[in-house]
Design a protein around this ligand. Structure first.
Ligand SMILES: *Cc1c(COP(=O)(O)O)cnc(C)c1O
Length: 377
């Protein structure tokens, strides 16, 4: 019993619901188990739990269907990124964003300073500068939209250029998500997710993933996971799969809210600048529209006020949580420069706002009252 899915005919909304289920059979389980085993009886392909787990396989199958490449999950997004870096030779050359995700940027800076890798930090939104740096590099690590200013990188152009030059390409797709862009279909070698964010969506776990179409590369990354040891916990994996079931509807709702709020903020005289690639007035709008299906759920904006006033504003919200991270059902914001590691090119007053799935008018009222309390004028 149980008809097999024709996956290629299904859309993302259906794939997230149907993927990663156990075999259909009489009294078979609808959901995969939380498989708690450190070891297995002899004779099979797994043998020991650093090499595989039934709950991992279910989540990996689901992400594989979304990104279009064989997938490995890791203990965190950073563990996934570290697995890629572990494949580079000593002092290998990597091109990466100057103002990228601060965890990645800080880690790459440390590796560069200790001589383990040679990192060419560039402004990825400057295609000429990026292409010049790609010449002679082993890998380029792309992110788009780039955190936290939400600049859009010309992914099709840079991926095509890098591949023509024999340079490997990894793309961090955490902000855009597979609902909006598929870097493997554009020719990238590896797609990375911090599954912690939109894919799992409930701010209750950390996990990461890598997906690739290159089987030899997959095998090297799998070895890196097995011996690097940064493996996912089965319970976290199960929660991520549960969260993924609603990923498409959550993302659609969050994006709709983000668009409405970006428009309201951009018309408000108390705000000096709003960045959201979905805004027709955004400098990256046309580029984003040329290859993205939607514009994500993160908005950045600068209230007219001091850092202290903006801190007070973030703290004065009731519905919106003042915290780092993004991609959950709840709206979260923070003043990015409260972090020492944040790039000094990021304006002092900039708020990164991860828009949740709450009622959009309730979110707007909360923003409004927070600005009043902080005397933002
Ligand atoms: C959060 C994040 C990461 C790191 O993921 P963790 O799960 O926190 O280790 C990497 N890239 C981006 C874009 C992120 O937002």
């Amino acid at each position: 019993m149980g008809q097999k899915h024709e996956w290629s005919k299904l859309s993302t909304e259906s794939k997230v619901v149907a993927a990663g289920r156990p075999e259909k059979k009489a009294d078979g389980e609808l959901n995969p188990p939380i498989a708690l085993n450190s070891t297995f009886h002899v004779g099979g392909p797994i043998g020991y739990a650093r090499s595989g787990n039934q709950t991992w396989s279910a989540l990996e199958e689901a992400i594989e269907l979304l990104e279009g490449g064989k997938t490995l999950i890791f203990a965190s997004g950073m563990a996934a990124i570290n697995a890629i870096l572990s494949l580079l030779p000593p002092a290998g050359v990597i091109v990466a964003a100057k103002n990228g995700y601060q965890g990645t940027t800080t880690y790459l800076k440390n590796l560069h300073e200790s001589g383990k890798l040679t990192v060419r930090f560039v402004d990825l939104t400057n295609a000429e500068e990026s292409m010049a740096a790609i010449d002679g590099a082993q890998i380029v690590h792309l992110e788009s939209p780039v955190n936290p200013l939400l600049d859009v990188v010309d992914l099709p152009k840079l991926i095509t250029y890098a591949k023509a030059k024999g340079c490997g390409v990894s793309v961090d797709n955490t902000f855009a998500t597979p609902l909006n862009q598929n870097p493997l279909a554009m020719g990238a070698d590896i797609v990375i997710h911090s599954v912690t964010k939109f894919l799992s969506g409930h701010s209750d776990i950390l996990l990461g993933s890598l997906s690739t179409n290159d089987l030899a590369l997959y095998n090297r990354l799998e070895q890196s996971r097995k011996y690097g040891g940064a493996i996912a916990g089965p319970f976290e994996t199960w929660l991520a799969l549960r969260g993924l079931r609603t990923f498409a509807v959550r993302m659609q709702r969050s994006q709709e809210n983000a668009m409405i709020l970006a428009e309201r903020l951009s018309k408000d005289s108390r705000i000096s600048r709003v960045r959201y690639p979905g805004l027709p007035s955004d400098p990256n709008h046309l580029l984003a529209k040329s290859f993205m299906k939607g514009f994500g759920a993160v908005v950045s904006f600068e209230p007219r006020g001091s850092a202290a006033q903006v801190d007070l504003m973030c703290d004065s919200a009731k519905l919106i949580t003042n915290a780092t991270s993004l991609g959950g059902v709840e709206s979260i914001w923070e003043r990015r420069r409260r972090w020492d590691t944040e790039s000094h090119t990021v304006p002092e007053s900039l708020i990164r706002f991860s828009v949740g799935i709450e009622n959009v008018d309730d979110i707007w009222s909360d923003i409004d009252q927070a600005m009043l309390l902080a005397k933002i004028k």
